[in-house]
Unconditional design. Sequence first.
Lengths: 295, 236
Amino acid sequence: MSEIFGVPVQALMGQLTIGLVNGCFYALLSLGLAVIFGMLNIVNFAHGALYMVGAFFSWMLLNYAGVNYWYSLILAPLGVAAIGVVIERTMLKWLYQLDHLYGLLLTFGLALVTEGVFRHYYGSSGQPYDLPEVFRGPIDLGFMMLPKYRAWVVVASLLVCFATWYVIEKTKLGAYLRAGTENPKLVQAFGINVPLMITLTYAFGVGLAGFAGVMAAPVYLVAPTMGSSIIIVVFAVVVIGGMGSIMGSIVTGLGLGLIEGLTKVYYPEASTTVVFVIMAIVLMVRPAGLFGKEK
Amino acid sequence: MSGSEVLLSAHGVHAWYGESHILHGVDFEVKTGELVTLLGRNGAGRTTTLKSILGLVGKRTGSIKIGGVESIGLPTHRIARLGLGYCPEERGIFSSLSCEENLLMPPAVGSGGLSLDEIYAMFPNLKERRNSQGTRLSGGEQQMLAMARILRTGAKVLLLDEITEGLAPVIVQTLGRVIRQLKEKGMTMVMVEQNFRFAAPLADRHYVMEHGKIAAVVEKHELKAKEGMLHEYLGV
Protein backbone atom coordinates (compact mmCIF):
# COMPACT_ATOMS: atom_id res chain seq x y z
CA MET A 1 0.00 0.00 0.00
CA SER A 2 1.33 3.46 -0.89
CA GLU A 3 2.25 5.99 1.76
CA ILE A 4 2.61 9.79 1.98
CA PHE A 5 5.27 10.90 4.48
CA GLY A 6 5.01 7.54 6.19
CA VAL A 7 1.23 7.55 6.49
CA PRO A 8 -0.93 5.10 4.50
CA VAL A 9 -3.00 6.91 1.86
CA GLN A 10 -6.16 5.22 3.13
CA ALA A 11 -5.63 6.61 6.67
CA LEU A 12 -4.68 10.04 5.37
CA MET A 13 -7.76 10.21 3.16
CA GLY A 14 -9.93 8.98 6.02
CA GLN A 15 -8.76 11.78 8.29
CA LEU A 16 -9.05 14.35 5.51
CA THR A 17 -12.70 13.37 4.91
CA ILE A 18 -13.42 13.64 8.62
CA GLY A 19 -11.66 17.01 8.54
CA LEU A 20 -13.72 18.11 5.56
CA VAL A 21 -16.96 17.03 7.26
CA ASN A 22 -16.01 18.98 10.40
CA GLY A 23 -15.03 21.87 8.13
CA CYS A 24 -18.51 21.84 6.62
CA PHE A 25 -20.06 22.24 10.05
CA TYR A 26 -17.60 25.03 10.87
CA ALA A 27 -18.50 26.73 7.60
CA LEU A 28 -22.28 26.46 8.11
CA LEU A 29 -22.04 27.73 11.66
CA SER A 30 -19.57 30.55 11.07
CA LEU A 31 -21.57 31.62 8.01
CA GLY A 32 -24.63 32.10 10.21
CA LEU A 33 -22.57 33.99 12.76
CA ALA A 34 -21.15 36.22 10.04
CA VAL A 35 -24.58 37.05 8.62
CA ILE A 36 -25.95 37.81 12.08
CA PHE A 37 -22.98 39.89 13.15
CA GLY A 38 -23.09 41.88 9.93
CA MET A 39 -26.73 42.85 10.24
CA LEU A 40 -27.37 42.87 13.99
CA ASN A 41 -23.93 43.69 15.36
CA ILE A 42 -24.47 40.86 17.81
CA VAL A 43 -21.96 38.14 18.58
CA ASN A 44 -24.43 35.28 18.79
CA PHE A 45 -23.09 33.02 21.51
CA ALA A 46 -26.35 31.07 21.45
CA HIS A 47 -25.36 29.72 18.03
CA GLY A 48 -23.91 26.47 19.37
CA ALA A 49 -26.94 25.86 21.55
CA LEU A 50 -29.28 26.40 18.59
CA TYR A 51 -27.21 23.97 16.53
CA MET A 52 -27.73 21.47 19.34
CA VAL A 53 -31.46 22.26 19.41
CA GLY A 54 -31.57 21.59 15.65
CA ALA A 55 -30.02 18.17 16.21
CA PHE A 56 -32.45 17.45 19.05
CA PHE A 57 -35.47 18.56 17.01
CA SER A 58 -34.38 16.12 14.33
CA TRP A 59 -33.95 13.34 16.90
CA MET A 60 -37.31 14.09 18.52
CA LEU A 61 -39.09 14.22 15.18
CA LEU A 62 -37.73 10.76 14.36
CA ASN A 63 -38.23 9.16 17.76
CA TYR A 64 -41.47 10.75 18.95
CA ALA A 65 -43.27 11.41 15.71
CA GLY A 66 -41.65 9.03 13.26
CA VAL A 67 -40.75 11.90 10.93
CA ASN A 68 -37.82 10.88 8.76
CA TYR A 69 -34.50 12.59 8.09
CA TRP A 70 -35.58 14.31 4.89
CA TYR A 71 -38.52 16.10 6.50
CA SER A 72 -36.33 16.96 9.49
CA LEU A 73 -33.88 18.63 7.17
CA ILE A 74 -36.61 21.20 6.45
CA LEU A 75 -38.69 21.16 9.65
CA ALA A 76 -35.94 21.34 12.27
CA PRO A 77 -34.22 24.43 10.77
CA LEU A 78 -37.64 26.08 10.50
CA GLY A 79 -38.28 25.28 14.16
CA VAL A 80 -34.93 26.78 15.14
CA ALA A 81 -35.62 29.82 12.96
CA ALA A 82 -38.95 30.27 14.77
CA ILE A 83 -37.10 30.26 18.09
CA GLY A 84 -34.77 32.81 16.54
CA VAL A 85 -37.71 35.08 15.71
CA VAL A 86 -38.87 34.93 19.32
CA ILE A 87 -35.38 35.63 20.69
CA GLU A 88 -34.87 38.59 18.35
CA ARG A 89 -38.32 40.12 18.86
CA THR A 90 -38.40 39.77 22.62
CA MET A 91 -34.77 40.21 23.67
CA LEU A 92 -32.10 41.13 21.12
CA LYS A 93 -33.96 44.09 19.65
CA TRP A 94 -33.42 46.05 22.85
CA LEU A 95 -29.66 45.70 22.63
CA TYR A 96 -28.72 47.16 19.24
CA GLN A 97 -27.87 50.60 20.63
CA LEU A 98 -25.60 49.12 23.30
CA ASP A 99 -22.08 47.74 23.28
CA HIS A 100 -21.39 44.32 21.67
CA LEU A 101 -20.77 42.99 25.13
CA TYR A 102 -24.46 43.06 26.08
CA GLY A 103 -25.52 40.94 23.12
CA LEU A 104 -22.69 38.55 23.82
CA LEU A 105 -23.67 38.20 27.47
CA LEU A 106 -27.36 37.75 26.71
CA THR A 107 -26.80 35.09 24.06
CA PHE A 108 -24.20 33.37 26.24
CA GLY A 109 -26.79 33.20 29.01
CA LEU A 110 -29.37 31.83 26.58
CA ALA A 111 -26.89 29.16 25.53
CA LEU A 112 -26.31 28.08 29.13
CA VAL A 113 -30.02 27.96 29.90
CA THR A 114 -30.82 25.98 26.75
CA GLU A 115 -28.04 23.51 27.38
CA GLY A 116 -29.15 23.14 31.01
CA VAL A 117 -32.75 22.42 30.02
CA PHE A 118 -31.75 19.70 27.57
CA ARG A 119 -29.31 18.19 30.04
CA HIS A 120 -32.08 18.05 32.63
CA TYR A 121 -34.40 16.08 30.34
CA TYR A 122 -31.96 14.05 28.26
CA GLY A 123 -28.85 13.67 30.44
CA SER A 124 -25.43 14.44 29.10
CA SER A 125 -24.54 11.09 27.56
CA GLY A 126 -26.15 11.67 24.17
CA GLN A 127 -28.54 9.79 21.91
CA PRO A 128 -27.61 8.09 18.64
CA TYR A 129 -29.49 9.13 15.49
CA ASP A 130 -29.96 6.22 13.13
CA LEU A 131 -28.62 6.81 9.65
CA PRO A 132 -31.28 6.67 6.95
CA GLU A 133 -31.04 3.47 4.89
CA VAL A 134 -29.73 5.16 1.70
CA PHE A 135 -26.66 6.49 3.47
CA ARG A 136 -25.45 3.20 4.93
CA GLY A 137 -22.20 1.87 3.59
CA PRO A 138 -19.38 3.44 1.63
CA ILE A 139 -18.73 4.46 -1.96
CA ASP A 140 -15.61 2.86 -3.46
CA LEU A 141 -13.54 5.65 -5.01
CA GLY A 142 -10.68 3.32 -5.97
CA PHE A 143 -8.05 4.91 -3.74
CA MET A 144 -10.36 5.02 -0.69
CA MET A 145 -13.72 4.00 0.71
CA LEU A 146 -15.87 7.10 1.25
CA PRO A 147 -18.82 6.66 3.64
CA LYS A 148 -21.94 7.78 1.78
CA TYR A 149 -23.23 10.02 4.55
CA ARG A 150 -19.99 11.97 4.76
CA ALA A 151 -20.12 12.57 1.03
CA TRP A 152 -23.69 13.82 1.43
CA VAL A 153 -22.76 16.16 4.28
CA VAL A 154 -20.02 17.73 2.19
CA VAL A 155 -22.16 18.13 -0.93
CA ALA A 156 -25.25 19.43 0.89
CA SER A 157 -23.31 21.84 3.11
CA LEU A 158 -21.35 23.25 0.20
CA LEU A 159 -24.59 23.76 -1.73
CA VAL A 160 -26.21 25.60 1.16
CA CYS A 161 -23.09 27.72 1.80
CA PHE A 162 -22.74 28.77 -1.81
CA ALA A 163 -26.45 29.37 -2.23
CA THR A 164 -26.26 31.69 0.78
CA TRP A 165 -23.21 33.42 -0.65
CA TYR A 166 -24.96 33.83 -4.01
CA VAL A 167 -28.11 35.31 -2.50
CA ILE A 168 -26.16 37.80 -0.40
CA GLU A 169 -23.61 38.88 -3.00
CA LYS A 170 -25.55 38.64 -6.26
CA THR A 171 -29.24 39.32 -5.73
CA LYS A 172 -31.45 42.29 -4.97
CA LEU A 173 -32.38 40.86 -1.58
CA GLY A 174 -28.68 40.52 -0.84
CA ALA A 175 -28.12 44.12 -1.88
CA TYR A 176 -30.70 45.20 0.73
CA LEU A 177 -28.89 43.10 3.28
CA ARG A 178 -25.44 44.46 2.43
CA ALA A 179 -26.73 48.02 2.36
CA GLY A 180 -28.58 47.43 5.63
CA THR A 181 -25.40 46.16 7.23
CA GLU A 182 -23.68 49.43 6.34
CA ASN A 183 -26.36 52.00 7.00
CA PRO A 184 -29.66 50.59 8.30
CA LYS A 185 -31.25 54.02 8.87
CA LEU A 186 -30.75 55.12 5.28
CA VAL A 187 -32.03 51.82 3.93
CA GLN A 188 -35.14 52.29 6.04
CA ALA A 189 -35.43 55.86 4.77
CA PHE A 190 -35.66 54.38 1.27
CA GLY A 191 -38.78 52.50 2.34
CA ILE A 192 -37.48 49.09 3.36
CA ASN A 193 -38.82 47.48 6.53
CA VAL A 194 -35.44 47.15 8.22
CA PRO A 195 -36.71 45.86 11.59
CA LEU A 196 -38.39 42.96 9.78
CA MET A 197 -35.26 42.36 7.74
CA ILE A 198 -33.23 42.17 10.94
CA THR A 199 -35.61 39.62 12.47
CA LEU A 200 -35.52 37.47 9.34
CA THR A 201 -31.73 37.71 9.15
CA TYR A 202 -31.40 36.41 12.68
CA ALA A 203 -33.93 33.67 11.96
CA PHE A 204 -32.04 32.69 8.83
CA GLY A 205 -28.66 32.70 10.59
CA VAL A 206 -29.83 30.45 13.42
CA GLY A 207 -31.82 28.38 10.90
CA LEU A 208 -28.46 27.59 9.28
CA ALA A 209 -27.23 26.44 12.69
CA GLY A 210 -30.33 24.25 13.00
CA PHE A 211 -29.62 22.82 9.55
CA ALA A 212 -26.05 22.04 10.60
CA GLY A 213 -27.49 20.34 13.69
CA VAL A 214 -29.70 18.05 11.60
CA MET A 215 -26.75 17.21 9.36
CA ALA A 216 -24.59 16.51 12.40
CA ALA A 217 -27.10 14.32 14.24
CA PRO A 218 -26.13 11.06 12.48
CA VAL A 219 -22.39 11.89 12.61
CA TYR A 220 -21.97 12.80 16.27
CA LEU A 221 -24.10 11.79 19.23
CA VAL A 222 -27.09 14.08 19.81
CA ALA A 223 -26.02 15.51 23.16
CA PRO A 224 -26.73 18.75 25.05
CA THR A 225 -23.02 19.62 25.05
CA MET A 226 -22.49 19.15 21.31
CA GLY A 227 -23.02 22.87 20.75
CA SER A 228 -20.64 24.20 23.35
CA SER A 229 -17.88 21.84 22.23
CA ILE A 230 -18.02 23.00 18.61
CA ILE A 231 -18.81 26.67 19.10
CA ILE A 232 -15.42 27.62 20.53
CA VAL A 233 -13.67 26.33 17.41
CA VAL A 234 -16.30 28.07 15.27
CA PHE A 235 -15.55 31.39 16.95
CA ALA A 236 -11.87 30.83 16.24
CA VAL A 237 -12.85 30.23 12.60
CA VAL A 238 -14.80 33.49 12.56
CA VAL A 239 -11.84 35.40 14.02
CA ILE A 240 -9.45 33.86 11.50
CA GLY A 241 -11.77 34.46 8.53
CA GLY A 242 -12.68 37.99 9.55
CA MET A 243 -15.83 38.99 11.40
CA GLY A 244 -18.75 39.50 9.07
CA SER A 245 -17.15 38.21 5.86
CA ILE A 246 -19.39 35.69 4.04
CA MET A 247 -16.88 34.08 1.71
CA GLY A 248 -14.25 34.32 4.45
CA SER A 249 -16.27 32.20 6.84
CA ILE A 250 -16.99 29.51 4.22
CA VAL A 251 -13.41 29.18 3.00
CA THR A 252 -11.89 29.41 6.48
CA GLY A 253 -14.33 26.86 7.91
CA LEU A 254 -13.50 24.27 5.26
CA GLY A 255 -9.78 25.05 5.34
CA LEU A 256 -9.48 24.72 9.09
CA GLY A 257 -11.42 21.45 9.09
CA LEU A 258 -8.88 20.06 6.62
CA ILE A 259 -5.93 21.40 8.60
CA GLU A 260 -7.32 19.78 11.74
CA GLY A 261 -7.66 16.48 9.86
CA LEU A 262 -4.07 16.67 8.60
CA THR A 263 -2.78 17.47 12.07
CA LYS A 264 -4.58 14.43 13.41
CA VAL A 265 -2.56 12.28 11.03
CA TYR A 266 0.86 13.83 11.44
CA TYR A 267 0.88 15.21 14.96
CA PRO A 268 -2.25 14.05 16.82
CA GLU A 269 -1.24 15.77 20.06
CA ALA A 270 -1.80 19.18 18.46
CA SER A 271 -5.04 18.39 16.63
CA THR A 272 -7.29 20.13 19.13
CA THR A 273 -5.08 23.21 19.48
CA VAL A 274 -3.92 23.80 15.93
CA VAL A 275 -6.91 26.05 15.16
CA PHE A 276 -6.08 28.31 18.08
CA VAL A 277 -2.41 28.47 17.16
CA ILE A 278 -3.45 29.60 13.68
CA MET A 279 -5.83 32.11 15.24
CA ALA A 280 -3.03 33.60 17.33
CA ILE A 281 -0.75 33.91 14.30
CA VAL A 282 -3.49 35.46 12.14
CA LEU A 283 -4.33 37.95 14.87
CA MET A 284 -0.70 39.04 15.01
CA VAL A 285 -0.35 39.45 11.24
CA ARG A 286 -3.85 40.52 10.19
CA PRO A 287 -5.93 41.62 13.17
CA ALA A 288 -9.08 41.99 11.03
CA GLY A 289 -8.85 38.36 9.89
CA LEU A 290 -7.85 36.87 6.54
CA PHE A 291 -10.92 38.16 4.66
CA GLY A 292 -11.94 41.00 6.97
CA LYS A 293 -11.63 44.67 6.09
CA GLU A 294 -9.46 46.85 8.30
CA LYS A 295 -11.56 49.54 9.90
CA MET B 1 -46.43 75.99 -13.10
CA SER B 2 -47.01 75.25 -9.42
CA GLY B 3 -50.14 73.35 -8.49
CA SER B 4 -52.21 74.67 -5.66
CA GLU B 5 -52.41 71.46 -3.65
CA VAL B 6 -50.24 71.21 -0.51
CA LEU B 7 -48.11 68.08 -0.83
CA LEU B 8 -45.98 68.34 2.27
CA SER B 9 -46.80 70.30 5.38
CA ALA B 10 -45.23 70.56 8.83
CA HIS B 11 -46.99 72.15 11.80
CA GLY B 12 -45.52 72.66 15.24
CA VAL B 13 -42.81 70.06 14.74
CA HIS B 14 -40.54 69.45 17.72
CA ALA B 15 -37.66 67.00 17.49
CA TRP B 16 -35.15 65.53 19.90
CA TYR B 17 -31.91 63.58 19.69
CA GLY B 18 -31.80 61.80 23.02
CA GLU B 19 -32.04 64.58 25.61
CA SER B 20 -31.28 67.47 23.29
CA HIS B 21 -34.29 69.35 22.00
CA ILE B 22 -33.37 70.46 18.46
CA LEU B 23 -36.54 71.65 16.74
CA HIS B 24 -38.89 74.01 18.59
CA GLY B 25 -42.06 74.14 16.54
CA VAL B 26 -41.26 74.18 12.83
CA ASP B 27 -44.01 75.18 10.35
CA PHE B 28 -43.80 75.13 6.59
CA GLU B 29 -45.72 74.05 3.51
CA VAL B 30 -44.71 72.83 0.08
CA LYS B 31 -47.19 72.69 -2.77
CA THR B 32 -47.02 70.23 -5.64
CA GLY B 33 -44.29 71.23 -8.08
CA GLU B 34 -42.69 73.76 -5.76
CA LEU B 35 -39.06 73.93 -4.74
CA VAL B 36 -38.42 75.39 -1.31
CA THR B 37 -35.16 75.77 0.55
CA LEU B 38 -34.29 75.63 4.19
CA LEU B 39 -31.58 78.20 4.80
CA GLY B 40 -29.73 79.08 7.94
CA ARG B 41 -26.47 78.75 9.77
CA ASN B 42 -24.98 75.44 10.86
CA GLY B 43 -26.89 74.08 13.82
CA ALA B 44 -30.07 76.00 12.99
CA GLY B 45 -31.94 72.72 12.55
CA ARG B 46 -32.19 72.41 8.77
CA THR B 47 -30.83 68.87 8.47
CA THR B 48 -32.82 67.85 11.53
CA THR B 49 -35.96 69.16 9.82
CA LEU B 50 -35.36 66.88 6.84
CA LYS B 51 -34.62 63.96 9.13
CA SER B 52 -37.74 64.67 11.16
CA ILE B 53 -39.86 64.42 8.03
CA LEU B 54 -38.51 60.88 7.63
CA GLY B 55 -38.70 60.00 11.31
CA LEU B 56 -34.93 59.64 11.54
CA VAL B 57 -34.68 61.59 14.80
CA GLY B 58 -34.95 60.19 18.30
CA LYS B 59 -38.40 61.60 19.00
CA ARG B 60 -40.71 64.00 17.18
CA THR B 61 -44.07 65.59 17.87
CA GLY B 62 -46.42 67.89 16.00
CA SER B 63 -47.88 67.16 12.59
CA ILE B 64 -46.21 66.26 9.30
CA LYS B 65 -48.57 65.48 6.45
CA ILE B 66 -47.46 64.00 3.16
CA GLY B 67 -50.09 64.02 0.43
CA GLY B 68 -52.66 64.60 3.15
CA VAL B 69 -51.56 61.58 5.22
CA GLU B 70 -50.47 62.23 8.81
CA SER B 71 -47.04 60.62 9.21
CA ILE B 72 -46.00 61.61 12.71
CA GLY B 73 -46.84 58.18 14.18
CA LEU B 74 -45.49 56.08 11.32
CA PRO B 75 -42.17 54.20 11.23
CA THR B 76 -39.52 55.48 8.81
CA HIS B 77 -40.07 52.89 6.08
CA ARG B 78 -43.81 53.59 5.96
CA ILE B 79 -43.17 57.34 5.71
CA ALA B 80 -40.77 56.80 2.82
CA ARG B 81 -43.47 54.78 1.02
CA LEU B 82 -45.72 57.84 1.05
CA GLY B 83 -43.52 59.03 -1.80
CA LEU B 84 -40.35 60.55 -0.39
CA GLY B 85 -36.87 60.44 -1.88
CA TYR B 86 -34.00 61.30 0.44
CA CYS B 87 -30.51 62.42 -0.46
CA PRO B 88 -28.57 62.68 2.82
CA GLU B 89 -25.83 65.19 3.52
CA GLU B 90 -23.16 62.49 3.77
CA ARG B 91 -24.54 61.04 0.49
CA GLY B 92 -24.83 57.55 1.94
CA ILE B 93 -23.32 55.63 -0.95
CA PHE B 94 -22.97 51.97 0.02
CA SER B 95 -19.42 50.69 -0.29
CA SER B 96 -20.45 47.04 -0.48
CA LEU B 97 -22.63 47.77 -3.52
CA SER B 98 -21.50 48.60 -7.03
CA CYS B 99 -22.51 51.90 -8.61
CA GLU B 100 -25.40 50.24 -10.43
CA GLU B 101 -26.47 48.25 -7.38
CA ASN B 102 -26.56 51.53 -5.46
CA LEU B 103 -28.70 52.96 -8.21
CA LEU B 104 -31.11 50.02 -8.19
CA MET B 105 -31.23 49.60 -4.41
CA PRO B 106 -34.02 51.99 -3.34
CA PRO B 107 -37.37 50.31 -4.01
CA ALA B 108 -40.15 52.09 -5.89
CA VAL B 109 -42.28 54.30 -3.63
CA GLY B 110 -44.55 55.57 -6.36
CA SER B 111 -45.23 55.36 -10.08
CA GLY B 112 -43.61 57.34 -12.85
CA GLY B 113 -39.96 57.08 -11.80
CA LEU B 114 -37.23 57.47 -14.40
CA SER B 115 -35.97 54.35 -16.14
CA LEU B 116 -32.34 53.30 -15.86
CA ASP B 117 -31.75 54.49 -19.45
CA GLU B 118 -33.20 57.93 -18.72
CA ILE B 119 -31.00 58.19 -15.64
CA TYR B 120 -27.90 57.20 -17.58
CA ALA B 121 -28.80 59.78 -20.22
CA MET B 122 -28.98 62.39 -17.46
CA PHE B 123 -25.76 61.25 -15.77
CA PRO B 124 -23.49 59.66 -18.42
CA ASN B 125 -20.64 59.30 -15.90
CA LEU B 126 -22.64 56.83 -13.87
CA LYS B 127 -23.09 54.58 -16.88
CA GLU B 128 -19.35 54.46 -17.46
CA ARG B 129 -18.71 53.61 -13.84
CA ARG B 130 -21.67 51.33 -13.26
CA ASN B 131 -19.55 48.35 -12.23
CA SER B 132 -17.24 50.28 -9.89
CA GLN B 133 -17.59 49.96 -6.16
CA GLY B 134 -19.91 52.74 -4.96
CA THR B 135 -17.39 54.50 -2.77
CA ARG B 136 -14.64 54.33 -5.44
CA LEU B 137 -16.48 57.04 -7.34
CA SER B 138 -15.29 60.63 -7.07
CA GLY B 139 -17.12 62.97 -4.70
CA GLY B 140 -19.02 64.51 -7.60
CA GLU B 141 -19.99 61.15 -9.04
CA GLN B 142 -21.14 59.95 -5.63
CA GLN B 143 -23.35 63.03 -5.33
CA MET B 144 -24.83 62.37 -8.77
CA LEU B 145 -25.41 58.76 -7.74
CA ALA B 146 -27.11 59.82 -4.52
CA MET B 147 -29.42 62.08 -6.57
CA ALA B 148 -29.94 59.61 -9.40
CA ARG B 149 -31.00 56.69 -7.25
CA ILE B 150 -34.00 58.55 -5.82
CA LEU B 151 -35.19 59.58 -9.28
CA ARG B 152 -35.77 55.94 -10.17
CA THR B 153 -38.19 55.34 -7.30
CA GLY B 154 -41.10 57.48 -8.45
CA ALA B 155 -40.83 59.66 -5.35
CA LYS B 156 -43.14 62.68 -5.38
CA VAL B 157 -41.10 64.80 -2.97
CA LEU B 158 -37.31 64.95 -2.92
CA LEU B 159 -35.51 65.91 0.27
CA LEU B 160 -32.05 67.12 -0.72
CA ASP B 161 -29.51 67.87 1.97
CA GLU B 162 -26.52 70.04 0.97
CA ILE B 163 -26.13 68.50 -2.47
CA THR B 164 -23.56 71.05 -3.61
CA GLU B 165 -21.33 70.83 -0.57
CA GLY B 166 -17.64 70.41 -1.40
CA LEU B 167 -18.17 69.98 -5.13
CA ALA B 168 -16.34 71.59 -8.03
CA PRO B 169 -18.22 74.46 -9.77
CA VAL B 170 -18.72 72.47 -12.97
CA ILE B 171 -20.47 69.69 -11.04
CA VAL B 172 -22.58 72.23 -9.17
CA GLN B 173 -23.67 73.54 -12.58
CA THR B 174 -24.62 70.05 -13.70
CA LEU B 175 -26.67 69.55 -10.55
CA GLY B 176 -28.35 72.90 -11.14
CA ARG B 177 -29.31 71.72 -14.62
CA VAL B 178 -30.71 68.48 -13.22
CA ILE B 179 -32.76 70.32 -10.58
CA ARG B 180 -34.16 72.62 -13.25
CA GLN B 181 -35.14 69.66 -15.45
CA LEU B 182 -36.84 67.99 -12.51
CA LYS B 183 -38.72 71.16 -11.71
CA GLU B 184 -39.95 71.41 -15.28
CA LYS B 185 -41.28 67.88 -14.93
CA GLY B 186 -43.26 69.02 -11.89
CA MET B 187 -41.15 67.43 -9.15
CA THR B 188 -41.59 68.80 -5.63
CA MET B 189 -38.37 69.45 -3.71
CA VAL B 190 -37.12 70.58 -0.33
CA MET B 191 -33.48 71.62 -0.35
CA VAL B 192 -31.18 72.36 2.53
CA GLU B 193 -28.51 74.61 1.06
CA GLN B 194 -25.49 76.49 2.25
CA ASN B 195 -24.80 77.77 -1.24
CA PHE B 196 -27.34 80.60 -1.50
CA ARG B 197 -26.28 81.59 -4.99
CA PHE B 198 -27.05 78.06 -6.16
CA ALA B 199 -30.42 77.95 -4.44
CA ALA B 200 -31.71 81.49 -5.08
CA PRO B 201 -32.56 81.21 -8.79
CA LEU B 202 -34.07 77.72 -8.41
CA ALA B 203 -36.37 78.11 -5.43
CA ASP B 204 -39.97 79.33 -5.23
CA ARG B 205 -39.64 80.13 -1.55
CA HIS B 206 -36.98 80.24 1.14
CA TYR B 207 -37.49 79.34 4.78
CA VAL B 208 -34.81 80.79 7.02
CA MET B 209 -34.20 78.77 10.15
CA GLU B 210 -32.74 79.87 13.44
CA HIS B 211 -32.66 78.08 16.81
CA GLY B 212 -34.83 75.22 15.58
CA LYS B 213 -37.63 77.42 14.22
CA ILE B 214 -38.56 79.11 10.99
CA ALA B 215 -37.39 82.69 11.54
CA ALA B 216 -38.40 84.18 8.19
CA VAL B 217 -40.11 83.27 4.92
CA VAL B 218 -38.92 84.86 1.69
CA GLU B 219 -40.89 84.36 -1.52
CA LYS B 220 -39.01 84.38 -4.78
CA HIS B 221 -40.34 87.82 -5.79
CA GLU B 222 -39.30 89.31 -2.44
CA LEU B 223 -35.67 88.27 -2.78
CA LYS B 224 -34.41 91.68 -3.88
CA ALA B 225 -36.34 93.53 -1.21
CA LYS B 226 -35.35 91.24 1.63
CA GLU B 227 -31.74 90.70 0.61
CA GLY B 228 -30.39 92.69 3.53
CA MET B 229 -32.36 90.66 6.04
CA LEU B 230 -31.24 87.38 4.48
CA HIS B 231 -27.61 88.43 4.68
CA GLU B 232 -28.04 89.19 8.32
CA TYR B 233 -29.54 85.77 9.05
CA LEU B 234 -27.10 83.81 6.95
CA GLY B 235 -24.00 85.86 7.61
CA VAL B 236 -23.02 85.75 3.95
